[in-house]
Design a protein around this ligand. Structure first.
Ligand code: PSV
Ligand code: MN
Ligand code: MN
Length: 402
């Protein structure tokens, strides 16, 4: 298989954003394992992200989590990122770790708490302006644990009001990505419990609101690629949080337990990007591809490299689908023939192709090997040591994994 100009163009323009919180220590509710050389500050997290980008060439932006990544001067943070060839990606406001959020943040029955949370979201809009970020990425831990604990419709209205207020404060050319999750930390009802709820809010509040699909946030067996296709077609798919899960929101390395799902998702995106429908096409072309993982026992930088490379492989395979043949088989009602067109692409070993791509780009053909040989991990372990806690999620305050 050779790198045709079209393939080369598409693969050259692939982008995957990495999360600051994937570079620091993190854990489950049982324990945070201290990783040697794990980044302790946002500055070190940016250094690690720059290493992932240097080796892969496709991870030039980093998502921030506020206040975990709070700094005095965001202009300085932006300059620091610029110097490393990075951009600041999505801003993720944290409205789930204050004492006051026990009953919810923007949906809390307490008006003062709602105001505090909404104010934090608005502060994050200011941080977007200072860092050049284009996406405000919203995930809420809000929900209830018992039937009758709170009024479900009232909570919906509170969510809508907060989202609307923040939406209307967004600068032109930016957007809000609304993430849903079926459960956890709330166990009876979650305010943004599925894509339909997120979509309904987005439709009601305005054009700058789009849905974010986190692969870990669905019930077992849900067909995520179908949700993706639907939202693309409606012009409301804003972005992804890539990870892999088996049981709940496990936040494992994307493409490890779910390679076929990841491929099918990319297959929908590739198909939508060339759709004859202008809205579907432009939606597909502006999707934010982000990783949301919490590596608990893996070396941080290597885990992130693996994640980015798994996305690159899935995308490359999706680009190889013979679309004409697929359409023919579908039109002829050839059930298994159509399926085989997809699986032929999925089963193709794209590693030689990607190695050629990297050679073209002047990168090392094997980024993981290059990382292992570079001495980076050894150097940061010497410089940063092994810190318990610190960075990433302060786990004792979390209900489960990230
Ligand atoms: C919690 O489930 C979560 O993993 C969400 O996916 C958020 O995107 C992430 O934490 C960061 O706040
Ligand atoms: Mn997420
Ligand atoms: Mn999650």
């Amino acid at each position: 298989m050779t790198l045709t100009p079209d393939l080369l163009d598409a693969l050259n323009s692939q982008r995957i954003e990495t999360p600051s919180w994937g570079y620091g220590n993190s854990g489950t509710r049982f324990k945070t394992f201290a990783a040697q050389g794990a980044a302790r500050t946002i500055w070190e997290k940016l250094d690690d992200a720059a290493e992932v980008h240097r080796l892969t060439g496709i991870a030039p932006s980093v998502a921030l989590h506020i206040p975990w990544d709070e700094v005095e001067d965001y202009g300085e943070l932006k300059r620091f990122a610029d110097e490393r060839g990075l951009e600041i990606g999505a801003i993720n406001p944290n409205v789930f770790q204050d004492e006051g959020y026990k009953l919810g943040s923007v949906t809390s029955p307490d008006e003062k708490t709602r105001e505090q949370a909404t104010q934090h979201l608005l502060d994050c809009v200011q941080i977007m302006k200072q860092t050049g970020s284009r996406d405000l990425s919203l995930w809420f831990a809000d929900g209830t644990n018992y039937a009758g604990q709170d009024d479900l419709r009232a909570r919906k209205h509170r969510m809508r009001a907060a989202l609307k207020r923040v939406h209307d404060a967004l600068p032109e050319g930016t957007r809000m990505l609304v993430e849903y999750k079926l459960f956890e930390p709330a166990f009876y009802a979650t305010d943004l419990f599925d894509w339909g709820a997120a979509y309904a809010h987005c439709l009601a509040i305005g054009d700058k609101a789009q849905v974010l699909v986190d692969l870990g946030h669905h019930a077992q067996g849900v067909n995520i690629e179908q949700i993706v296709a639907f939202l693309l077609d409606e012009g409301r798919l804003g972005g992804f949080h890539f990870n892999a899960r088996r049981y709940a929101d496990d936040d494992l390395i994307v493409g490890t337990s779910n390679p076929f799902e990841l491929f099918c998702i990319y297959a929908e995106l590739v198909s939508a990007a060339t759709s004859s429908d202008a809205l579907t096409r432009s939606t597909a072309q502006s999707v934010a591809y982000m990783i949301d993982q919490s590596h608990n026992i893996e070396p941080k930088v290597e885990a992130m490299l693996q994640s980015v490379l798994n996305c690159q492989e899935a995308y490359a395979k999706a680009l190889l689908i013979d679309r004409d043949l697929l359409r023919e088989a579908q039109a002829a009602g050839d059930v298994l023939g159509a399926h085989r067109v997809l699986t032929d692409a999925f089963k193709t070993d794209v590693r030689p192709l990607l190695s050629d791509l990297r050679a073209e780009q002047g990168l090392s053909t094997d980024p993981i090997k290059a990382h292992r040989q570079s001495g980076y991990q050894h150097r940061v372990a010497q410089e940063r040591g092994t810190q318990s806690g610190g960075g990433g999620y302060p786990v004792k305050e979390k209900a489960h994994s990230v």
